[in-house]
Design a protein around this ligand. Structure first.
Ligand SMILES: Cc1cc2nc3c(=O)[nH]c(=O)nc-3n(C[C@H](O)[C@H](O)[C@H](O)COP(=O)(O)OP(=O)(O)OC[C@H]3O[C@@H](n4cnc5c(N)ncnc54)[C@H](O)[C@@H]3O)c2cc1C
Length: 228
């Protein structure tokens, strides 16, 4: 079926994210033991101050202690292929070998096509034909792992994706940029929003790279920032 709604949920995160990052930062510069640092303060402003200085000086190991997991569904295979290029993430994705598509499989229509009725109709007709052919193959005894060869990039998928905070910031910097495709941009925005609901102090970091750099380093710029 066309255009099932993308869904992103933060399903696992550590307790005390701010305090853990603060403890990691301060441990590097303090004679106190990490446990003593952890128990020494709840002063958010003080913690944020140090964290900001440490992160902006590029001392990124301090944010690698925070591991986050997301349940993601109804994204296209094209989008998940882009996501799995990120090498510091862990993935468990719905298998097209073990899970047979039934009837009209779910797929994502790119908004550019969905907004043009004539093209949308052609797109949906093609998907129906693919679904019929897939069912013909499966009925003829072809395994799902081989029948899937005809499924398109638009096929909807679901996965659990995990990463640490350093990688999420990297992901945001690259994939919130308007040069990234709309679907993955939307996905990463939803992941960041899930985290920001609980950790609003990360707002300044979960941004496209131009906001951190103060300029755009892309060849083709969207014009939001001056080019390098
Ligand atoms: C707008 C856009 C367009 C793109 N277009 C294309 C395209 O046309 N074709 C294509 O193939 N890909 C394309 N990509 C994917 C891109 O080339 C990267 O593979 C992807 O963004 C992952 O980025 P990364 O390597 O920085 O991040 P990650 O894999 O998430 O790694 C994070 C960081 O870790 C370090 N790192 C990781 N692995 C290594 C390593 N082996 N050696 C040294 N340092 C490492 C690097 O500093 C890296 O930046 C595109 C990406 C974007 C955002």
């Amino acid at each position: 079926m066309p255009n099932a709604q993308m869904s992103v949920k933060l399903i696992s995160k550590p307790q005390n994210i701010l305090k853990t990052v603060y403890t990691a930062c301060r441990t590097c510069y303090s004679a106190l033991l990490p446990q003593e640092i952890f128990e020494s303060t709840d002063d958010e402003e003080k913690m944020l101050n140090l964290i900001e200085r440490v992160i902006s000086s590029g001392h990124y190991s301090t944010i690698e202690h925070i591991q986050l997991s997301f349940a993601i569904s109804n994204v296209s295979r094209a989008c998940t292929h882009q996501l799995v290029r990120h090498r510091h993430m862990s993935f468990s994705q719905k298998s097209q070998r073990y899970v047979k598509e039934k009837g009209e499989f779910d797929y994502i229509i790119p908004p550019e096509i969905a907004s043009k009725p004539e093209l949308r109709e052609k797109f949906e007709k093609h998907m129906s034909e693919v679904a019929n052919l897939y069912q013909d193959f499966v009925s003829a005894g072809i395994k799902a792992e081989d029948a899937r060869a005809i499924l398109p990039n638009a096929t909807a998928s679901s996965l659990v994706a995990s990463l640490n905070l350093r990688e999420l910031i990297h992901l945001a910097n690259l994939r919130l940029c308007t040069r990234a495709q709309l679907e993955i941009r939307t996905l990463i925005k939803k992941m960041c929003d899930e985290v920001l609901k609980e950790e609003p102090w990360l707002k300044a970091h979960l941004v496209p790279k131009c906001e951190r750099l103060g300029y755009c380093d892309e060849d083709k710029s969207c014009g939001r920032m001056p080019q390098r």
